[in-house]
Design a protein around this ligand. Structure first.
Ligand SMILES: [Zn+2]
Ligand SMILES: [Zn+2]
Length: 564
């Protein structure tokens, strides 16, 4: 396990009146949010999410927070508080429950509904404790109060954690939409009340700390959708996140108003909207004959009567939208169709998304996306809202969370502007230990904390070294050389055999390097070196030098020495 803070030692013992806070993910990155609170020997975890890999992490499916510092302490965990059901907050829960199956999951009705349906796919039935906005509940030495916040998924919660060490307010992901579709406002009154009581540490969402102003209300998208629907003459396909219940609600309402039927496409979209509808968070408009149809029916209907709501807004290659763009889906995108990408563009996905947009455009579709129409608003508070919260809460200490370095720094600056003393602002990275003792938060050390890669069924077995090998293989290909050596004389018993894959060098071209290998091996045979490892290195160096000199390439070179 890598240790990103060699300069920081292991923390010393936490004083009895202290609260220890360790972010195992989400600090310095957008994703895999997970914070461990320790007090009086017990643990409370807030969120347990996944991070999606970059293109330079080939073959990796997911990245988990590093649980190393919890090994041997799983029995001390009182509960996992889940602020909301986005993957970057819930995705690693199945992996945590593998370590201890009966850790209670605490969350709102919709959050637990979505988490449970996802865990069912892993054949896990979790222990759950439902809490609503305004609820107070004690988990061991942690007294938790839950506050409503609005975000790009309904029923999100902030949590105030009271201990003998003081009060921490963790906002979770939030924004301050003043006209939310469900009327459920971020509980600014509650934030102000906590501020008056005294908040020792505020931990707040930093995603949009660099963006000035405030976020546009979700409902402002409705007239834009209405305009697009009014001018569409063929099929409409809307791609958005499979958990964005209110975005889907607006599409359903617009479809009903324009006399179109709706089909949901993509497994997670169908599953999540089923849960949201069953629990009363998604309202299906009542129209003659019913609004919803399944994909089979949608295929048969006249294109001007149908709207498809699909996953794949990030250009994910296996998603329904990418497959439609690649003509690998029962729905054939055609001239005059309208595609709406009603979602953010997550950094790193640009190439994939524009590839899909270009493919759809090539088939003749008109594509509306956030670059050319207001079909998306962010789920995260901008600087104006963050300042508002800082001024309401007036925390003694501040720790920005949920962001890359640039976001954390920008948020820290906002805190400083509102009067939080610079000494009391802690920018921590994953694995850094922050202790709140006697009203002061400070870095007390670090625990081991690296990336845990999931690849297929393997968890944590793919390492940085494997990824480096994969990058070399991906960029340069490989060359294997089999040499058969007579173990008594150290001389070649047969001509070397060379095979290359993905190197861009023709197998026949390697004929030129064979005399060099023979020469090198003859040289060491004279010195009576016949250790197969040393001979292998010699072959690798010889071939590597030849490839570099003649082709300016550095493929992976794998020598195999066989003694006879
Ligand atoms: Zn979120
Ligand atoms: Zn998040």
């Amino acid at each position: 396990v890598s240790h990103p803070h060699p300069d920081l030692g292991r923390p010393s013992r936490l004083p009895r009146n202290g609260l220890r806070i360790v972010g195992l993910g989400g600090l310095g990155e957008i994703g895999r949010n997970m914070t461990v609170f320790e007090h009086a020997g017990r643990r409370l975890i807030v969120d347990c999410g996944v991070l999606f890999p970059d293109p330079d992490q080939p073959g990796v499916d997911l990245i988990l927070p590093d649980f190393t510092s919890l090994v041997g302490r799983y029995h001390l965990i009182e509960a996992v508080v889940i602020t909301h059901a986005h993957e970057d907050h819930i995705g690693a829960i199945p992996y945590l429950l593998r370590e201890r199956a009966d850790i209670p999951l605490v969350g709102s009705k919709l959050t637990l509904g979505l988490v449970s349906s996802k865990l069912a796919e892993h054949r896990i039935t979790p222990q759950t404790i439902e809490v609503g906005a305004g609820a107070r509940q004690t988990f061991g030495p942690f007294n938790c109060e839950f506050l409503a916040v609005n975000h790009s998924i309904p029923d999100a919660l902030a949590v105030a954690i009271r201990t003998r060490a003081g009060t921490v307010l963790h906002t979770g992901d939030f924004k301050m939409d003043q006209l939310p579709l469900d009327g459920r406002l971020t509980d600014l009154g509650g934030f102000a009340r906590l501020g008056t009581e005294g908040v020792d540490l505020l931990m707040a969402d930093s995603t949009n700390a660099e963006v000035p102003g405030i976020v546009t209300p979700e409902r402002d998208i409705a007239p834009v959708l209405a305009d697009i629907f009014a001018s569409a003459t063929q099929r409409i396909i809307v791609a958005c996140f499979a958990s964005h219940v209110h975005r889907v609600q607006q599409v359903l309402d617009t479809a009903a108003a324009h006399g179109r039927k709706v089909a949901l496409v993509g497994r997670s979209m169908v599953r999540n909207m089923g849960v949201a509808r069953d629990l009363g968070y998604l309202r299906i408009p009542v129209v003659p004959g019913g609004l919803m149809v399944d994909l089979k029916e949608a295929e048969e209907m006249p294109p001007e009567r149908i709207v498809l709501i699909s996953t794949g807004s990030q250009g994910e290659p296996m998603s329904a939208l990418s497959r439609m763009a690649g003509r690998d889906h029962p729905i054939r995108v055609a001239e005059g169709d309208t595609v709406i990408l009603a979602s953010s563009l997550i950094p790193g996905n640009e190439t994939a998304v524009y590839r899909v947009i270009n493919a759809l455009t090539r088939w003749g579709a008109k594509v509306a996306h956030r670059g050319n129409a207001m079909v998306h608003v962010s789920g995260h508070a901008s600087a104006g809202e963050l300042l508002y919260v800082l001024n309401l809460v007036r925390p003694r200490n501040f720790m920005p969370v949920h962001g890359e370095w640039r976001h954390l720094r920008a948020h820290a600056r906002l805190a400083s502007l509102t009067g939080v003393s610079d000494d009391n602002i802690v920018i921590a990275e994953n694995g850094m230990v922050v202790d709140l003792v006697d009203g002061k938060a400070s870095v007390a050390g670090a625990v081991p904390c690296g990336y845990v890669y999931v690849d297929g069924l393997s968890v944590g077995e793919v390492t940085e070294t494997s990824l480096k090998d994969r990058r070399i293989l991906g960029d340069e290909g490989f060359v294997s050389i089999v040499v058969v050596v007579d173990s008594t004389t150290g001389k070649l018993a047969a001509p070397p055999e060379i095979h290359a894959r993905g190197s861009g060098i023709d197998d026949a071209a390697f004929g030129a390097v064979i005399p060099l290998i023979e020469e090198a091996l003859a040289g060491v045979a004279a010195e009576a070196i016949n250790d197969s490892r040393q001979l292998g290195q010699l072959v690798r160096r010889t071939v590597g030098r030849w490839v570099n000199e003649n082709y300016r390439r550095r493929p992976m070179i794998i020598p195999v020495v066989v003694d006879v």
